[in-house]
Ligand binder design. Structure first.
Ligand SMILES: [Zn+2]
Length: 150
């Protein structure tokens, strides 16, 4: 059951962040924040992905919270991988013949970021992954509108 948008309470970690700087974000924190957002705004997502951009809701609490989720998602995806993740990235990188599927430029393991998107997971440059995540959130229409600006 979703509460009315616009009356959302501040994020539970807001007080902690003011006292002691930004705490290290864990994937558990991310899952909890994502679940909270989805419950309050009655949205659903696939496999921990970023929820759809709340278009038409600029300057609302939901828009601010979506931006906060987006930044948290970026922080997590830009972080150094553990051993299992490195192995997974290496496997993808080899399957992609050492190239980023978006810009098609060479990609090495250190700069490879995993996009665990079903049905086509891949590793990309951080900036290319940012582009994909934003495009996915904004939708194909936004990509069409972008064409007039490049
Ligand atoms: Zn790239």
């Amino acid at each position: 059951m979703a509460k009315t948008p616009g009356v959302a309470a501040p994020a539970p970690d807001a007080a902690v962040r003011r006292r002691a700087g930004r705490p290290r974000l864990t994937s558990e924190d991310w899952s909890a924040r994502l679940a909270d957002y989805c419950r309050r705004y009655d949205v659903s997502v696939r496999d921990g992905a970023l929820p759809a951009f709340p278009s038409g809701r600029r300057e609302t609490a939901q828009h601010r919270e979506w931006m906060s989720l987006y930044k948290a998602h970026r922080r997590l995806s830009g972080r150094g991988p553990d051993a299992a993740e490195r192995a997974q990235r290496q496997e993808r990188l080899t399957a992609q013949r050492g190239r980023c599927p978006l810009c098609r430029q060479p990609l090495d393991l250190e700069e490879a970021r995993l996009d665990d998107w079903k049905p086509d997971p891949a590793v990309l440059h951080a900036r290319c992954l940012d582009f994909v995540l934003l495009a996915r959130a904004l939708g194909p229409e936004a990509l069409e509108r972008t064409r007039t600006r490049i």
